[in-house]
Design a protein around this ligand. Structure first.
Ligand SMILES: [Zn+2]
Length: 71
């Protein structure tokens, strides 16, 4: 449904982002997937969005834990 134009949408690689690297992924038109040139991650739009949410959640949880630990 959502049209993904070439270079129109930039998703950051969730796998790299977990390692504190902000890497934009490329879009594989043939396979309808996004892929990362830095690591082996690849997945479709839905998967990328899901993983990005997971990373965000994990980061938040980590920060929370750190704050609690500091207190
Ligand atoms: Zn990556």
């Amino acid at each position: 449904m959502a049209q993904v134009g070439k270079g129109k949408l930039n998703y950051r690689c969730p796998s790299c982002f977990m390692r504190d690297l902000d890497i934009d992924m490329f879009y594989d038109k043939d396979k309808d997937e996004f892929y990362c040139i830095r690591c082996q991650y690849r997945g479709d739009e839905k998967d990328v969005l899901e993983k990005n949410e997971m990373v965000r959640f994990r980061y938040k949880a980590m920060l929370k834990r750190f704050t609690n630990f500091d207190l």
